[in-house]
Design a protein around this ligand. Structure first.
Ligand SMILES: Cc1ncc(COP(=O)(O)O)c(C=O)c1O
Length: 466
């Protein structure tokens, strides 16, 4: 067996020796191992449900241009399910043929006046909710505002919102603006949970301690289910329970969790949640988003809410009576008649989920991301690449976040893109890669690692000495 020694050319102090792991990992890096895993995969046929861009489409001029690219970016935008084109085209056809009449008469049985109902049940299944606890509407940040309008009702004693210190910027801005909306000051009403010095991840015990200590003045705990930067999957049930014990409301941004990890929002007693559908749900850019409101809130109407006619009782909606009577359930939080095209796109993408279950997807995801994790930790020195996502599969979804050391992240990212390998970068130094179980093969993971090894050798000025 050949031993490869790689050394940083320009800095002898940082010599790297990657040879130690070579013999151990070699069999896992062989095409036959990946092919074996792909053959065993019970979900392998689902890849055929998607349009996978070719290498040539992603990186014009790339060799083997007709082969499929390596797409590891479902955490940002999922690939196009073939069913989406069909469903959207049907709506265009119905629009052309029936125009306004299609609100009530629809040749495919999906009258527009009830279009949102076509995606309600499957969405609820994916997040572990009762059908009436879920509504599909608007977009993610708008929904976060809508839900906070109902659930963030600060008092002089209880006015704080607890968030992650590195919450997604849109959430941070939304929550700060909600605080100001109530004539409060984020300096005193926003509580940010910081990781410990030198750490990336938030420890559950630290979050619980903050809740224990400050819970009496926290109105809302608003966390993400899976952290966008680190890929950490928080213990939603434990955090919700601890916050409830202190009398707080708990809401979750599930942008990176929905369609990625199995969720049980109803049983976990979550108060509210929101998500987008363009990442792991594959409904297309700017797709229609979703909300969850637990039935104990959604069936009662004591909370003030931002109202619109689509949240009004369906039987009298068109009587134009101007006396708001909300629909029981999350649907009572809707404002506008929904976008038929994006709802139909979601219907198409959810039809793929109907062919499997979140539990089956999770099983594959453990293996696929576990495979990636193993290869990365055995093939690369931590002086080049560090995985900041938890090593425990229970505490992550499919995404791994890779920190590239010595300021080389963008060079690596551009190099991958030129090789038709799509992840995404988050400054200052992270590349996120997400082998989503619906359409990623073990062979994709293997090729990614092989190409990355080659690229790291170039970018870090390593030379191979045979
Ligand atoms: C965690 C998280 N929250 C919020 C958003 C903002 O989503 P939108 O632009 O759909 O409102 C994103 C977008 O990627 C996200 O990842």
């Amino acid at each position: 067996m050949t031993s490869h020694t790689m050394a940083i050319k320009n800095d002898p102090k940082q010599d790297l020796d990657l040879s130690l792991t070579q013999s151990k990992a070699k069999s896992f890096l062989s095409p036959s191992f990946a092919a074996y895993m792909d053959n065993q995969d019970p979900l392998k046929e689902l890849r055929n449900e998607f349009v996978i861009p070719t290498r040539g489409e992603i990186a014009p001029g790339a060799d083997r241009s007709n082969e499929s690219c390596i797409y590891l970016c479902g955490n940002s935008l999922g690939l196009l399910p073939k069913a989406v084109s069909r469903y959207v085209n049907e709506e265009l056809q119905v629009w052309g043929e029936g125009a306004v009449n299609s609100h009530f008469k629809h040749r495919f049985g999906r009258p527009w006046v009830r279009i949102e109902e076509t995606v309600q049940e499957q969405s609820a299944k994916i997040v572990g909710a009762k059908k009436d606890e879920v509504a599909v509407m608007n977009t993610l940040t708008s929904n976060l505002h809508t839900l906070l309008a109902a659930f963030y009702t600060p008092t002089p004693e209880r006015h704080k919102v607890l968030i992650e210190s590195k919450a997604f910027p849109s959430d941070h801005y939304a929550i700060e603006s909600q605080i100001r909306w109530h004539k409060l000051d984020p300096a005193t009403s926003l509580l940010c949970q910081e990781p410990r010095q030198g750490e990336y991840l938030l420890r559950t015990e630290d979050i619980l301690e903050t809740i224990e200590k400050h819970g009496h003045e926290i109105a809302v705990v608003a966390f993400s289910g899976v952290q966008y930067y680190t890929g950490q999957y928080f213990d939603i049930e434990a955090i919700t329970k601890a916050a409830h014990a202190k009398g707080c409301i708990v809401g979750w941004d599930l942008a990176h969790a929905v369609g990625n990890v199995p969720l049980q929002l109803h049983d976990w007693n979550v108060d509210f949640a929101c998500w987008c559908s363009y990442k792991y749900l594959n409904s297309g850019p700017g797709g229609i988003a979703g909300i969850f409101v637990h039935e104990r809130h959604a069936m009662g109407f004591e909370r003030n809410r931002l109202a619109g006619w689509w949240g009004h009782d369906k039987s009298t909606r068109f009587e134009m009576i101007n006396v708001f009577k909300p629909i029981p359930g999350a649907a009572g939080f809707q404002h506008s008649n929904p976008s038929v095209l994006t709802t139909s796109a979601l219907l198409g993408s959810l039809s793929v989920f109907e062919k499997t279950t979140m539990q089956e997807m999770r099983k594959k995801s453990y293996l696929l991301t576990g495979y990636l994790y193993h290869l990365l930790t055995t093939e690369f020195s931590t002086d080049v690449l560090e995985i900041i996502t938890p090593s425990d599969p229970e505490q992550r979804g499919c995404q791994l976040s890779l920190v590239f050391k010595h300021g080389k992240m963008m060079e690596i990212f551009d190099g991958l893109a030129a090789r038709a390998i799509i992840g995404d970068e988050r400054k200052p130094d992270v590349i996120r890669v997400a082998p989503t179980p619906l359409y990623t093969r073990f062979e994709d993971v293997r090729q990614f690692v092989v190409e990355l090894k080659d690229l790291v050798a170039q970018v870090y000025y390593l030379e191979k000495e045979k």
